[in-house]
Design a protein around this ligand. Structure first.
Ligand SMILES: Nc1nc2c(c(=O)[nH]1)N[C@H]1C(S)=C(S)[C@@H](COP(=O)(O)O)O[C@H]1N2
Ligand SMILES: [Mo]
Length: 318
């Protein structure tokens, strides 16, 4: 059963959504009501530990691109993180979240395009209708979560930039701020964090830029104020806290591929048939669950994205 993303022809979410999801929603609404009392600053997208829990306005749930699986607990999503800029332990990013300064924040769109630009975060996000999309996230470390993201499709940004015919790949760059980010004072990798996608992957409607989760402003530890989410690839392809989107002609160098090319390929599609050199990728532990579950090809999004790789040897291009 690979079809986990719903189609337009499918029943409405109210007919399908398991009870647990509604219970999660109710719990979320209770939490939000408490948090709402401290929402003194109405500016869009104000992030940071002190203002966590601010609800994002005008978010439309998109059932066509959402899995029906039970949402991972908010506390797990925000306290079990990989974000090396904020430390190497799973709980470090939450503890150090306040060290990430998300104001002011600008995003550069540049490279092989007719309309490059540098945008203040607000201006960058404002033209987009925010959607909630419930995606699975599968980490290369063989754990997974189900996360209700809030964001918009990356392709709208790319199209607006008018890519030239030379634009074959998209490179992403995360924040570089060693004064504030404790992880960047250590040379554990060649900062800033870099990732990349092939143009057709970046233009795929499943690929989004997220600004929130659980209906709220993205917590810093999850990559505030703006991060990429590519649900059919291992989690590390989804770069957090991005400041630069560059259209390029050649396959760009990426952090993990540069650091350990034998362990992390450029594509990094979730593939249970290709083991990591040091462990199996056949199963995963859904955070919050006890028994492991089988990992699905393309993280369950094969129907949507497998065609992008037709004719490619995915053992070679892992
Ligand atoms: N800038 C940056 N982005 C990053 C990482 C990182 O260390 N730095 N870790 C990646 C990894 S390995 C995973 S699994 C996901 C985790 O996202 P989450 O904490 O929101 O679940 O973020 C990815 N994006
Ligand atoms: Mo990961």
């Amino acid at each position: 059963m690979l079809i986990r993303v719903k189609r337009r022809s499918d029943p409405k979410p109210s007919e399908l959504t398991p009870k647990s999801v509604y219970e999660d929603r109710r719990r979320f609404l209770r939490t939000a009501a408490v948090a709402g009392a401290s929402a003194a600053f109405p500016g869009l997208l104000v992030s940071g530990a002190a203002r966590a829990g601010r609800k994002l306005p005008r978010v439309r749930h998109n059932p066509d691109y959402s899995t029906d699986e039970t949402w991972t607990d908010y506390d797990d999503i925000t306290s079990y993180n990989n974000f090396l800029e904020l430390g190497t332990g799973k709980e470090d990013p939450k503890e150090n979240a306040h060290r990430l300064k998300t104001r002011p924040w600008s995003v550069a769109v540049e490279g092989e395009c007719e309309r490059p630009g540098v945008y203040d975060l607000e201006d960058f996000v404002k033209p987009h209708r925010l959607e909630e999309r419930v995606y699975r996230l599968r980490c290369v470390e063989a754990w997974s979560m189900v996360i209700p993201w809030v964001g918009f499709e990356l392709r709208t940004v790319l199209k607006a930039a008018r890519p030239t015919s030379k634009a074959k790949y998209v490179a992403f760059e995360s924040v570089y701020d060693p004064k504030n980010l404790p992880g960047q004072r250590r040379r554990i990798l060649d900062w800033p964090y870099k990732e990349g996608l092939r143009m057709d992957e970046a233009m795929h409607p499943l690929t989004i830029l997220a600004v929130g989760l659980y209906g709220e402003v993205l917590p810093n530890q999850n990559g505030a104020p703006l991060r990429v989410v590519v649900p059919w690839k291992y989690g590390f392809k989804s770069a957090k806290s991005i400041v630069r989107i560059r259209l390029v002609e050649k396959q760009p160098p990426t952090t993990w591929n540069t650091l350990a090319p034998d362990e992390y390929g450029f594509y990094s599609n979730v593939n249970p048939e290709v083991d990591h050199p040091r462990w199996s990728q056949k199963k995963e532990r859904r955070i919050g669950e006890f028994f492991k579950r089988r990992t699905l090809p393309f993280n369950g999004y094969a129907d949507e994205v497998a065609h992008l790789y037709a004719g490619m040897d995915l053992r070679k291009y892992y």
